[in-house]
Design a protein around this ligand. Sequence first.
Ligand code: NOJ
Length: 741
Amino acid sequence: MAWPYCAFVGFFLLGAVVSTAATDAEVDQRVEALLSRMTLDEKIGQMSQSDRLMTPFSDEVRQLIRQGRWGSLFNAGNPAERAEAQRIARTETRLGIPILFGRDVIHGYRTIFPIPLGQAATWDPDIVEQAGRTAAREASAEGIRWTFAPMIDIARDPRWGRIAESPGEDPYLASIFAAAMVRGFQGTSLADPSAIAACAKHFAGYGAAEAGRDYNSTWIAEILLRDVYLRPFHAAVDAGVASFMTSFNALNGVPSSGNEFLLRRILRDEWKFPGLVVSDYQSITEMTLHGYAADARDAAREAANAGVDMEMVSTAYFDHLKSLVSSGAVAGKTIDDAVRHILRLKFLLGLFDAPIPAAQTVTVTPESLAVAQKAATESVVLLKNDQNLLPLSDTVGSLAVIGPMADAPVDQLGTWTIDWRTEDVRTPLAELRQMLGNGRVLYAPGLKTSRDSSHDGFAAARDAADRADAAVLFLGEEQILSGEARSRAFLNLPGAQEELVEEVAKAGKPVVAVIMAGRPLTFHDTAARAGAILYAWHPGTMGGPAIADLLFGRAVPSGRLPVTFPRAVGQVPIYYAHLNTGRPASASELGIPMGTPAKPTGYTSKYIDVDVTPEYPFGYGLSYTNFTYENLRLSAPSVAMGGSLTISADIANRGRREGTEVVQLYIHDVVASVAQPVRLLKGFRRVALKPGEMRTVSFAIRTEDLAFYNQQMKLVTEPGRFEVWIAPDAEHGIKGEFVVK
Ligand code: NOJ
């Protein structure tokens, strides 16, 4: 349930939280009092947002602020300019309405955490919350009180560059992640000066862009929309997220910024969202290019009537709302409601009451770096470790450090980083030199960037590998290949990276590949040549120490894939929670090698030139120790509708090192009125186990947790048989069964 509804419910039903309810009522009173004094021009100003730079902070911009031209400014100015703009807004405008400063604080502010997809790979909501809290503290100290995060678009297509910003493919994991990010950004109260309002984006369906091409149309059947794409957004509302952002795409033919079904029926009527809705960047006027609005005026009418409270950057509201109101095409109440949402957030954030902030500049601190290092360490996924090649021994004489990502401070930060400083970033090369001493590290990048296709540096790289005891190759994607408008049709390691690996492998030394990328890549040949692979995403400021510690066993990998890794781009979209077909591939049809079409057999759902299974499944990740799963048991063989049951298993650490296992719970509704996915994640737990230690891990499942949308769009649990797994990933595990009566 969203704020302030929980407070009101508490007030009416329990009478126990009177003070919170009173605060909300007080806020509403202040909103109404202010609204009644505002002119239509002032209201429309509040509904307008700009990223107009305040550097130089011109007289024209000052004058526009005095006139109340913008309710919000984003990604604009430096702390001193923001403080000055706020002073003008508070003291020199007619009504003293403060500006809401927004920014894309996506995975850190000054301290950069792993990209969101990497944070999802931690399967650790606590560290995700801490990262959000740290980012909020830093951003708020520099005058930012609104972030355009979390991005919680379900992403099942690694061609889409923005998969980096997403929590991956699964609605359950994404929902947990969404709530953790909201808690982190907003803290316990928006009134806390270190809280920043979160923004659930992009509403909705943006991650399903056809062919993985950014901004492309999405066609999502309503059942799929509700059961998969909307679930994390609903979870964000339940967590009290303060705002929503629309998306660029047309959903089933209707652009999100004019989509009444999404913005009114689902968000306001069904979910009772009380917060602010902002458009995406120029997405209102882009509705003309979509072929949904005739011109900017028409677009303003569509957006306002659909329920977009604030327009980002384009000026359709500013230019046309006034005349749309006088002509009756947009009701005065529509404007008032939008302004209510905006003012309410400003009051809740305490912007009217707090002293005008002095300009200050934040720096990284030992605490912020510790959170960043922990998040980076937990995000790394060990994909392969033949013959326990990792961890490397401290006694290794010398180490060849090769590859374009070994010492690439900007690239290791990933997409959407604005406020970082180079001097804060610690690269793997710098860290390994510090750890081992300069003399033991033989550095030869081999390639200048990830896209470099020249072989000029190969000889030096090979020479380093020849002279060293082992080689670590830092491969992947540089920053600009990942993120918005960075869709790729090929998912291979770009440039001559595969050839570099081939050349280095010829030295015959143990080869470790560390891959830093914003998406799942296909790297089949490299995987075959390397003895061990660490997938490190774009790990952020502290990527270097995190990776060095993992390489040398000062930390043990515990990340798990939040997204399925394809063998080949032609398998995309590939995700674990697919439906079965009437003709699933048989076991004898698995294992088809990559490439050349095999002699076709059987009329089943498969490829003839690549195995139908993924390269690495969802939930997958190794450790430096090994875990066993035994003794699955259920508290009862059946459960009555409305009841719950407990599913347990014994997880043991059978190796020689301490490690953390991510124990996952999956279910399958065997027969239903709408066919259900072969597996669905319903729970997970990170469990730290000492060597030899065994722990019973239990999950409670209520029958309502098994609900899905039926053909009448009702969320229902149907009686019948359910399969259940407690598992290390989406393809394995120990299995049981229960019945819902
Ligand atoms: C466009 C992006 O889609 C959105 O995520 C971002 O917050 C805005 N630009 C503002 O930078």
